[in-house]
Write a protein that binds this ligand. Structure first.
Ligand code: PRP
Ligand code: URA
Length: 242
């Protein structure tokens, strides 16, 4: 099946007339209530352009990926519950604010997901982080679980599951099954990823309807090797070894 191209839209600041905005490919829209795509702002599209470019150096790939990861974490935190929290300001007035309710932890799908840990730590000081080592078999593209080490009280926490690439969805599905087997309710899991395939998102959203997904971009599709297209290639290789 030929992938349906993603929409092209004029991207730029709102004060600029539509005709003067440069054309850029933006994320496909999604029709699942539990899947949230970051707003396709000029900033996000410029950052994604950097990391998709095969000419981008490893140093730049790390720097620009980290910026997108920070945006994803900030948006992910918006999906956690808050309670009212009034405070008194230094001028003696009350400000009716909120604070987060409950405990969280991160869980990274190794290796590429570990790249997202610092972005989470930057927002949530001393956050606990669990690890699940899942690797896709290079021939079959099926995920294989090798190792997991998770906080002992994970069933009582909200879990931010971290993996930049969401292709067939096999790795993320296996990770969610590990979390559910440890007693984490599906509705307490938020899966943060940079680039997703439409089929991965659809299968996952239907399988886990109460789990939330936050993605920076839903791409066109998958190639014959189950790589996301246009994608960015192998995230782990570009971040860690190339
Ligand atoms: C990549 C990526 C995801 C998975 C996505 O990891 O980081 O974990 O593939 O593919 P899927 O949705 O089809 O399962 P990979 O297994 O290549 O290992 P890496 O993290 O060491 O690069
Ligand atoms: N893993 C990656 O790093 N990239 C893809 O496109 C698919 C799986």
């Amino acid at each position: 099946l030929e992938p349906v191209p993603s929409p092209v839209q004029g991207v730029g600041p709102i004060y600029r007339p539509e005709a003067e905005k440069p054309a850029a490919t933006v994320s496909k829209a999604v029709s699942y209530d539990n899947v949230h795509v970051l707003p396709q702002t000029p900033q996000l599209i410029a950052l994604l352009t950097m990391i998709r470019d095969k000419k981008t150096t490893r140093a730049d790939f790390i720097f620009y990926s980290n910026r997108i990861i920070r945006l994803l974490v900030e948006e992910g935190l918006n999906h956690l519950p808050v309670i009212e929290h009034p405070v008194t300001t230094p001028v003696g007035r009350t400000y009716l604010g909120v604070k987060f309710q409950g405990k969280i932890c991160g869980v990274s799908i190794m290796r590429a997901g570990e790249a997202m840990e610092q972005g989470l730590r930057d927002c949530c000081r001393s956050v606990r982080i669990g690890k699940i080592l899942i690797q896709r078999d290079e021939e079959t593209c099926k995920p294989k679980l090798f190792y997991e080490k998770l906080p002992s009280d994970i069933a009582q926490r909200w879990v931010l599951l971290l993996d930049p690439m969401f292709a067939t969805g096999g790795s993320a599905t296996l990770a969610v099954e590990v979390l559910k087997a440890k007693g984490v309710p599906e509705e307490h899991i938020l899966f943060l990823n940079l680039i997703a395939s439409p089929s991965g998102v659809a299968d996952f959203a239907e399988r886990f309807p109460s789990l939330r997904v936050v993605s920076a971009f839903i791409d066109q599709g998958l190639d014959e090797k189950k790589y996301i297209i246009p994608g960015l290639g192998d995230f782990g290789d570009r971040y860690y070894t190339l």
